[in-house]
Design a protein around this ligand. Sequence first.
Ligand SMILES: NC(=O)c1ccc[n+]([C@@H]2O[C@H](COP(=O)([O-])OP(=O)(O)OC[C@H]3O[C@@H](n4cnc5c(N)ncnc54)[C@H](O)[C@@H]3O)[C@@H](O)[C@H]2O)c1
Length: 400
Amino acid sequence: MAIEKIKKAGVAGAGAMGSGIAQLLAMAGCEVTLIDVSDEFLQKGMEKMKWSLDKFVEKKRIRREDADAALARVSVTTSYEQAGKNIDLAIEVVPENIELKKKVFATLDSFAPSNAILASNTSALSITEMGKATKRPDKVAGMHFFNPPQLMTLVEVIKGDNTSQETVATLAELARKLGKTPVIVRKDVRGFIVNRVLGAVFNEAFWAYNRGEATKEGIDASIKYTGGFPMGWFELADFIGIDISYDVGEILYQAYGERFKPCSELIDPLIKEKRYGQKTGLGFYDWAKGRPRIPFNLLDEYDVERTWAVAVNEASWLIHDDAANPEDIDTGMKLGTFWPSGPCEHADRIGIDFLLDKLKELYAKYKMEIYKPCPVLENYVTKGWTGKKVGQGFYKWNSN
Ligand SMILES: NC(=O)c1ccc[n+]([C@@H]2O[C@H](COP(=O)([O-])OP(=O)(O)OC[C@H]3O[C@@H](n4cnc5c(N)ncnc54)[C@H](O)[C@@H]3O)[C@@H](O)[C@H]2O)c1
């Protein structure tokens, strides 16, 4: 479907993400129907949207009349039948449960015109399975926004096994129209790009801490102050929610086995005690008095290149699986998590050979799959593609 044809949209789920996505569509000129299971949830969703639009006006990012016009384009309903009529696009944003999502896709499929695109904002579930719940799997894809969708500029567009290229291209264009940067995930892989690479570096940090190689404060100080990342991995895990990190970790473990072996000794007690991080006041850190203070003097306790080595290894597996290209992986990590550099460009700058040696050293020492080098890295180094210094690595580099 051509992007100009997307004039009417349905958004299923008026929660944290759904209300934000509905707002973005309305701001871009779409007529939007927000769907939820009760009037109370719909009202809450509309209140969130009003609050956010008011903030945009206050900060002079949009004019009052444009905010009012956007709001006027949104209607609400608890009826899929009513919402589904005449829509060109639906985005599913209900809780992360495959059975529920399949039901929502089957319902949307039964009411929406046959040419409408149906997208899911799932963080980790299978797009292919959702597509199979419909009679139009070629028009079902992932459209993964980041929280808060009004402000975060990244969208991962995910191709399920049966999604057409046309659907992927239309959703990428729609993301651009909403002011976002799309990255394409060409295969229905678990964790897509951002959560998969992040899952790998979290695990490396958790295992290093659990083995007593560094303190959590030391790892976080090194990541923040030496590495230039906005937060250390323990602070970030607390911020995202240990429960959410745990669920994503389990999905990655199921999909990729030992490479994503979770550090259960460390995480399970936190889950049992409901120490989920910032939202419960306690996680790895005590959040009772706000953000944890990460001491500056520990900035050398942990070798940041270990984080990079593991991130680059996982990026290489994405390339190996033909799920994403280096540009999209780098863009994803920079826009989705504010990394100071993408893993592939970092590898090219520091030397792929250097990071490969680091992985080999760690693998020899700990015999864990997380450190086992991906064949892509071995292959690059064998060919002499060690990065910027030789003009070729993940990228081609000009000599001047
Ligand atoms: N919160 C995040 O940081 C984040 C980021 C990216 C993606 N996601 C994904 O977005 C999805 C929604 O997450 P959220 O944080 O907005 O959840 P949420 O709990 O805030 O909102 C979900 C909404 O869906 C409604 N709902 C439940 N069943 C429904 C149905 N059958 N039809 C219509 N509405 C229904 C609920 O009443 C609720 O209002 C999940 O798949 C999640 O993984 C979340």
